[in-house]
Design a protein around this ligand. Structure first.
Ligand code: AMP
Length: 187
């Protein structure tokens, strides 16, 4: 049973790591960015509401995202565990998640904080070629990360949940570092 929050700035490699880990542990990879992009592509109500914010590099309103995550965490495939990627993104979302997990008698095990220098993040995002990966939007996403998301580092450190991982090494080395850290009972 692993319940993990993958945390870090945009471009840190959360999605890449989550995919590998989810496969290896056979638990769902829940990426709010992926769910939102699918909603935009399908032009659902959620997608229509989220699209403008996403294109600007801003956060999508909390109520939309938290409702989406709660619905996903209620699905039966999350019984053996889950990996959250891209959520929570601010303190309000973190509180909502804690309340929801308490109500459903669950708890997250650890928060993995992937650390990568800014210049590497920008280079990675530019090479990814996603619709919201042009330079102006990338700059805004990094600002939003610093202003709204980075305060969660102290939030989770205060809860003794945070594990810092150097994300500026090979994909395989990061995966190994995460697995090693999780395997230690009181890391
Ligand atoms: P990501 O794929 O995680 O980089 O997310 C892409 C975009 O989706 C972000 O720039 C936000 O606009 C939106 N998004 C993803 N997750 C969240 C979240 N937890 N809260 C608000 N907006 C989000």
């Amino acid at each position: 049973m692993v319940r993990l929050i993958l945390f870090g700035p945009p471009g840190a490699g959360k999605g890449t790591q989550a995919q590998t880990l989810a496969k290896s542990w056979q638990i769902p990879h829940i990426s709010t960015g992926d769910i939102l992009r699918a909603a935009v592509a399908e032009k659902t109500d959620l997608g229509v509401k989220a699209q403008a914010n996403m294109n600007r590099g801003e956060l999508v309103p909390d109520q939309l995202v938290t409702a989406m995550v709660q619905e996903r965490l209620r699905q039966p495939d999350t019984k053996p565990g889950w990996l959250l990627d891209g959520f929570p993104r601010n303190v309000v979302q973190a509180h909502t998640l804690e309340q929801f997990l308490q109500q459903s008698a669950q708890i997250y095990d650890r928060v993995i904080n992937l650390e990568v220098p800014d210049d590497v993040l920008v280079a990675r995002m530019l090479s990814r070629g996603r619709q919201d990966d042009n330079e102006a939007v990338i700059r805004r996403r990094l600002e939003v990360y610093r202003e709204e998301t980075a305060p969660l580092i102290d939030f989770y450190r205060g809860r003794q949940s945070l594990i810092d991982i150097n994300g500026d090494v090979s994909v395989e080395a990061v995966t190994t570092a995460i697995k090693d850290a999780i395997a230690k009972p009181d890391s």
